[in-house]
Design a protein around this ligand. Sequence first.
Ligand SMILES: NC(=O)c1ccc[n+]([C@@H]2O[C@H](COP(=O)([O-])OP(=O)(O)OC[C@H]3O[C@@H](n4cnc5c(N)ncnc54)[C@H](OP(=O)(O)O)[C@@H]3O)[C@@H](O)[C@H]2O)c1
Length: 273
Amino acid sequence: MRNLNIGFIGGGNMAEAIVAGLLSGGHAATHVRVTDISSERLAMLEEKYAIVSCAEISTVATASDVLVLAVKPQQIDAVLTELADVSFDCTVISIAAGVNLARIVDCLGADAALVRVMPNTPCLVGEGMSVLFSEAGDLHRQRSEYVLAASGKTAWVDDEQLMHAVTAVSGSGPAYFFLLAELMQTVGQSMGLGAELSKTLVNQTVLGAAKMLVDSGKSAEELRQQVTSPGGTTQAALETMFDGHLPDVVRNALTAAAKRSRELGSSLMPEVV
Ligand SMILES: NC(=O)c1ccc[n+]([C@@H]2O[C@H](COP(=O)([O-])OP(=O)(O)OC[C@H]3O[C@@H](n4cnc5c(N)ncnc54)[C@H](OP(=O)(O)O)[C@@H]3O)[C@@H](O)[C@H]2O)c1
């Protein structure tokens, strides 16, 4: 896998995160090619990551073993239309939110080896969560696993419809924690903590809690119960959260995200959703 030629169409935030993972220690990919509309963006990537920048989509597609479609969902039609005229043979990974694989088959044909992936922004720091779906063969699944595992964890689903739930949980998920951190920082400040101190307290608390969740082998519920002494301060806070119907708020929020994912999908490809 180490000698794969990996191409990116679209060199934005998510492509950069995946490239950074690929080119970091232990995941050395010998050739990464990127094309993007913006020549400034390409120049930046070339300087920072020593990737090969290409002006043409066709150049990247024909030189790649794995081609990552990393443009915005509303930009993918233009890319697919251009790719439909190119003769190439590789694993095609789409990370475009809401874009159904059937839409890509429509443009690239039933023989295309397609993998749909929902990554998330912590890929930028090597702690991403990427969920993959594919009906292609093992080689294509292994290649895409290799590409995404470089920037975090990977998991597979066997039903493409589950991508809506995945989007609601891990795709949009980092923003929920950012909101909670933002709110806690603001309240900390309003209680008299300085802005810097409040930020440090929240950030370290988030990091510590995340490490405990990942490393302790205990469930979130168990960890919550462990830090909640009867009649104590944590219980006072959590009771207030339950009184404010936080579980309903979270359920409604994730349901809204999944619904929006379906809507985006259907607005992009009404014939298949
Ligand atoms: N960011 C996230 O949290 C996240 C999470 C999961 C999935 N995704 C998916 O990842 C994909 C990329 O997201 P992103 O945040 O990285 O977007 P982004 O930063 O906007 O990157 C897309 C890049 O592709 C360029 N581009 C547009 N059309 C192109 C074309 N025809 N040929 C070559 N390059 C082209 C864009 O240029 P312009 O800026 O000039 O248009 C931009 O630089 C999206 O489909 C999104 O749904 C993102």
